[in-house]
Design a protein around this ligand. Structure first.
Ligand SMILES: O=C(O)CCC(=O)C(=O)O
Ligand SMILES: [Fe+2]
Length: 299
């Protein structure tokens, strides 16, 4: 799956057959249960891990806290839309390497602009991030856990979201629950995993994972750890009030960590080489296919 990674959105390459299977309701449904669910590829690699809300907090206080925050600030928050993902109000609160030439992690513009609202968001979500660290499947995914947790940010700055250096808060508006269009979060750390938590009083909104031809049902306050940079994903229709938060570490922060702590992640180079081989191979096959068609049509 990582080999197929492309830096740009690639949902347009999803075949008609796959889209038809989805429309016909033929994707596998991964129903909610009271236990954690592991999603594996055929080769055994884990690409998703769902934790039901009651294991995060039996009283669901993590969701109440976020819901109160959204209800209090929904009207005041700037309506910054994200057309690619089809969301009308998204706030990105992160320390990230973006829009700054020095390549050093800085607080995001939304965090600074939203001031007390952003600070309050982190007061209210702190318990959730602490639990996410405890619930992360460290035994199954030791390398991802190590990479996400072992390097500090500069000057004792804490990662804003526990293991992750920032988050996108998708705020549903009146009669507009958060339902994303198919996309990948391409800026994510190539060997990492993000953490999604939907909140609000809603039904529907299952997460469609296109490459897996599966729909993961997510209830209010569930956690879903997944490779959002590798897998095209979108939401089914949601009803009611649906918001969500996705905690992530972006790849450029990982590049900064390598410079700051003086190490080289050898996996990236060999991965990039294998991605290139994969693309070349695919182009060759396409070319051969085109030539064959030409010969068959006698031109
Ligand atoms: O709300 C969701 O379930 C998905 C959100 C998402 O994919 C995103 O914010 O990138
Ligand atoms: Fe996403």
């Amino acid at each position: 799956m990582r080999r197929k990674y492309e830096q740009y959105q690639n949902f347009n390459k999803t075949t008609k057959l796959v889209k038809r299977r989805y429309s016909a309701g033929k994707f596998r449904r991964i129903k909610s249960t009271d236990h954690p669910t592991v999603l594996r590829l055929k080769d055994g690699g884990i690409v998703g891990y769902r934790v039901p809300a009651h294991l995060v907090d039996q009283h669901l206080s993590h969701t109440y806290n976020l819901e109160e925050w959204a209800a209090r600030h929904q009207r005041r928050l700037p309506k910054q839309s994200d057309g690619g993902r089809g969301i009308r109000c998204v706030r990105r609160y992160a320390r990230w390497v973006k829009y700054n030439e020095a390549g050093v992690p800085k607080l995001s513009g939304d965090y600074i602009q939203d001031g007390e609202m952003a600070t309050e968001f982190f007061e209210r979500s702190q318990a959730l991030w602490d639990r996410a660290i405890e619930l992360f499947p460290k035994h199954h995914l030791p390398k991802i856990f190590r990479d996400l947790s072992q390097y500090e940010l500069e000057d004792g700055h804490k990662r804003l979201c526990g293991l992750w250096t920032g988050c996108a808060v998708n705020v549903g508006l009146e009669n507009e629950p958060v339902e994303t269009l198919p996309h990948r979060d391409v800026q994510g750390f190539l060997h990492g995993m993000s953490c999604l938590c939907p909140f609000g009083i809603f039904s529907g909104g299952g997460l469609v994972l296109w490459e897996l031809q599966a729909v993961v049902e997510l209830r209010r306050g569930d956690l879903f750890l997944f490779m959002d940079h590798l897998l095209n994903h979108s939401n089914e229709t949601a009803y009611g009030t649906r918001h969500s938060v996705v905690a992530f570490t972006d790849h450029r922060v990982w590049e900064w960590m390598q410079r700051r702590y003086g190490f080289k992640d050898g996996r990236i180079k060999s991965l990039q080489a294998s991605q290139k081989r994969y693309r070349d191979e695919r182009n060759k096959q396409k070319e051969a296919c085109r030539n064959k068609k030409k010969v068959n049509s006698g031109s």
